[in-house]
Design a protein around this ligand. Structure first.
Ligand SMILES: Cc1ncc(COP(=O)(O)O)c(C=O)c1O
Length: 415
């Protein structure tokens, strides 16, 4: 048959199936939950399949089950927001929420703002809509709103189009673990209002807090209805449920619902979730999640301090990840390969940068993301030991000196 050309978004993708993860490796690369934490949903599932069978085995209502939307609106309002059930749209996870926001807002050549680094799974979604990326740096207070303000002013001065939205993970950012300060949150919303952009608040980790106090969500501070908030049950209950939501202005959601090509999300899973939550299970479960992941985080930080004192990091107050800065001259991509050979999978920081047009050698190579959630404390000890061995193979001697071999193979790095 004559070769049919693929759509541009498909043609640039690899023609190979995603590599199966190293089956027996210790998984520090994934945002998976700790299997022993998954709750027993049997009673809720039984009720869903008996009492609610007529509803749960039927095609789903497109905006989502009214009971679940009401429960989500209530939970968000307890957290300082002011939303009605009509401002909640249930999706197949937050990732589908990201895709639907793009479907709603992006035409080819539109630009969006992301942090550098940003959530790596969102990058191919944005790219498939041919979005141009504007990267903004971040520090301990989160997205650098001064840099963003200067960038937006420059675009305006040059008569260029404004970005359609700013995508950010303000609570326990993926991958850096940073939580945005209140003044930066307010500054971001002020810029969005002034320049006519939406803010996409992707917030899967907000309740996974181990210590410290929460700042108000962007949605709670949003008086201009500029925020599209993405929520999910993946990180607190279980990612296999594939249920999340978008909270936003009703007129936007009405259009987004028409753009969700697969119809309503599974009513069976939604009913299981709402029955389980309404039975009062979530509060105690959330505490268990917080306790367990705090222990995992502390275990991983202690193991890193013991085995890899040459690595630096900021200890996050919650979330799933540690963002490491490697000793000068170590290439994280190379280290990730050595680590996989040693039986521990990690994600090199270079995967979290959206712009590919920086030129090959300036994408930061000195960072690495480790997830502490999926593995047990014993696996964490084992995995950090293996990672230390892999770092030695990259030419770093115990104590932090980089040997000539590592320097010779290193790439230039930027902060
Ligand atoms: C920032 C961020 N957004 C979204 C998701 C995915 O959420 P879901 O499982 O609901 O699609 C993740 C998961 O790792 C994430 O880190």
């Amino acid at each position: 048959m004559k070769q049919v050309s693929l759509a541009r978004r498909a043609a640039r993708l690899a023609p190979t199936m995603p590599a199966s993860s190293h089956e027996h490796a210790i998984p520090f690369d994934s945002g998976h939950g700790f299997p022993a934490l998954f709750p027993d949903l049997t009673a809720a599932a039984e009720k869903a399949l008996t009492t609610y069978r007529h509803e749960t085995l039927q095609y789903g209502i497109r905006p989502g089950l009214p009971d679940l939307r009401e429960w989500i609106a209530g939970a968000m309002n307890m957290d300082g927001a002011n939303v009605t059930p009509d401002e909640i749209f249930v999706t197949n996870g937050a990732k589908q929420g990201i895709e639907l926001v793009c479907r709603l807002l992006l035409d080819e050549g539109d630009s969006i703002v992301v942090t550098a680094p940003t959530y790596f799974t969102s990058i191919p979604i944005f790219r498939s809509f041919e979005a141009d990326f504007i990267e903004v740096g971040q520090d301990k207070e989160g997205l650098d709103t001064n840099e963003l303000a200067a960038t937006l002013d420059r675009l305006k001065r040059d008569g260029r189009k404004m970005p359609k939205f700013v995508y950010n993970v303000p609570d326990f950012h993926n991958p850096t673990g940073v939580t945005m300060s209140r003044r930066r949150r307010k500054a971001l919303l002020e810029l969005a209002s002034r320049h006519g952009m939406y803010v996409v608040e992707d917030s899967p980790y907000r309740k996974v807090r181990f210590e410290g106090t929460s700042e108000p969500s962007l949605k709670a501070l949003d008086h201009s209805k500029n925020v599209l908030h993405l929520g999910t049950f993946s990180k607190l209950i279980a990612p296999g449920l594939r249920i999340g939501w978008v909270a936003g202005a009703q007129d936007l959601l009405a259009r987004m619902i028409q753009l969700k090509a697969d119809g309503g999300s599974s009513p069976l899973v939604q009913r299981i979730i709402v029955e389980w939550c309404k039975a009062g299970n979530l509060a105690a479960h959330t505490e268990k999640v917080q306790r367990t992941y705090r222990l995992h985080r502390d275990h991983m930080v202690a193991a890193l301090q013991r085995e890899l004192p040459e690595i630096s990091l900021l200890v996050p107050e919650g979330g799933y990840y540690l963002w490491l800065t490697l000793p000068h001259g170590v290439d994280a991509d190379e280290l990730a390969k050595h680590a996989a050979e040693a039986g521990v999978t990690v994600l090199a920081g270079s995967k979290f940068y959206a712009r590919v047009d920086r030129g090959n050698d300036v994408t930061p190579k000195k960072h690495m993301r480790l997830a502490y959630t999926h593995s047990s404390p014993e696996q964490i000890d084992d995995g950090i030991g293996r990672l230390a061995g892999a770092l030695r193979r990259c030419g770093v001697s115990s104590g932090g000196a980089v040997t000539e071999r590592a320097v010779a193979h290193s790439h230039p790095t930027i902060a």
